[in-house]
Design a protein around this ligand. Structure first.
Ligand code: ZN
Length: 141
């Protein structure tokens, strides 16, 4: 059982043909990115073609889950009533080790908002929201 930071009432992510393998890996607590088979450019979110060269062939590469905070915001206004007791919380843009150019948006948890800074080193933690649905969050190393 993983830790929980957000309530069950959070909206369920939409899954598409392109993102299904990503969510399946996430359910196994593996953080992956698409790598273009033609030019080796990593990309996220998953998509049907490489934005750099247009190739559609790709493979999935597992990442360590470590990275760096590129930018962040502290949320003080709950956008869902279920989040009223969770504010303030942090939404951060993370640059992930092993995936140059990929910026990944998720919550930064277990860090006081006033301690968050650009350049903070982070590691992925998984939140099992329901059976078959795990959402990556990040916390400070
Ligand atoms: Zn490419």
């Amino acid at each position: 059982m993983s830790a929980r930071w957000f309530p069950d009432a959070m909206p369920t992510p939409a899954v598409s043909r392109e993102t299904l393998p990503w969510w399946q890996a996430a359910a196994e607590h593996r953080l992956v990115v698409q790598i273009c088979a033609a030019c080796a450019t990593p990309r996220h979110p998953p998509g049907p073609v490489c934005p750099r060269c247009g190739a559609s062939e790709h493979r999935w590469q597992e990442l360590s889950g470590q990275g760096t905070v590129y930018s962040y915001t502290v949320v003080h206004q709950a956008f869902l009533p279920a989040l009223a007791d969770r504010i303030p919380y942090v939404v951060a843009v993370h640059e992930l080790d092993g995936a140059d150019g990929v910026r990944f948006i998720s919550n930064l948890v277990d860090v006081p908002a006033e301690a968050v800074r650009v350049g903070l080193r982070v590691d992925v933690v998984w939140e099992d929201m329901q059976t078959g649905l795990a959402v990556p969050r990040f916390r400070a190393l």
